[in-house]
Design a protein around this ligand. Sequence first.
Ligand code: ADP
Length: 409
Amino acid sequence: MLMHERTISIQRGIFLAVTLVVCILVGWWIILQIRESRQLREARIENLKAGRALAWQMDSLRLLAITYQPDPASRAGAIVGTVPKLPSLQERTWVIETLYPHVAVVPSPLAEDDPPLLDKAAYLTLRPEPLRAIEKAQHTDIIRAASEGSFLALVVLIGFGLVYRQLAEEMDLKLRQHNFIAAVTHELKTPIASLQVWTETVFARTLSDEQRGRIHDLMAKDLGRLEELVGNLLDVARAEAGSLDLHPVPLELGPWLRTVCESMDQRMGTGVMGLKLELAPAVWARVDPKALATVVENLLSNAYKYAAPPRATTVTLDTDGDQAVLVVSDLGHGISPKELPRLFQRFYRAGDEMTRGVPGTGLGLFLTREIVLRHGGTIQATSRGAGLGSTFAVRIPRISAPSVEGQDR
Ligand code: ADP
């Protein structure tokens, strides 16, 4: 048990560590992507600014070329010819904005680093549209990186979670099998040891008829216990192999249920179950009486095992639409809500040590459910919680009472 718990906590630790590592890696990857997209944005803006500088340079060179006409013959660098007329600002603007579409000529600077033209006639600024496009591209890059990263992390974690769940289930099944083997061994050993003692007593001592009779009854009880256990194990094996053979016949459930409950009451010790029957008349179903008796016996045996005296067990039979509803309820230990969904699993034994001290193999409810399912029915367990009793409701399709010739619906 301790070993199992340690393995489970190691598994949980590994799962948490892997989750953490995956989250850190993905987070780191997203940060790198954001950093990269920021660098890309800066490079794109620098590129625009380089274009603006080229526009400035082109305009300045043109101005210089027009303003100064050096005399190629003059060694002193004299200026010759007539000074041509300067192009208008409108014409210069047209040239700049045509050759450099992302640059605008404005009368006053719009950004801190907008350079003035050489003659300070106007300023060059970057148009807002390409800047906005760059911002948008960066935004898209960040969203893409974040969603790709999250998707990747999700896929890895879901995959890992599935593997983890599978492992945990296998581990749990292993533990339940381990408990089952221990329980079966105990269940077999106790009646065998008791039979051994009675056999030795019968052969070693001279006994009165009354003593002989008592020992005979006790031996019969032990043999009955062994027979029941072996029968249950065989039924479970058949149920698992899908070869649980049923022989359904039309049956009036009320009288049959009374007989099953009364014989169970006698077996347990008359009155110890505090049995109360509330059976609606004329409820018919097509069932295998022997198999369905196993269902009722298992539920009654549990109601007895998992309750302290004085017990109060109620068996009701009623109808709900086209279903027959058979309910066994007790006021015993009850079942906690988190254990309810697992009760019908193979080898599962719920509860604390109080219920674990009770003999059992964890197969009764599994077999019970298999039989009910094979009848086309359902079984549901409810409990108001630990210490507040339990209720098991079996629903099977009902038929109308067969006619005198003995035909069902
Ligand atoms: P077992 O051989 O342990 O009785 P079952 O399959 O019949 O196996 O029951 C599975 C578990 O369900 C039991 O170990 C017990 O913890 C719980 N259980 C079943 N019936 C009752 C009940 N009437 N009251 C409380 N707990 C119950």
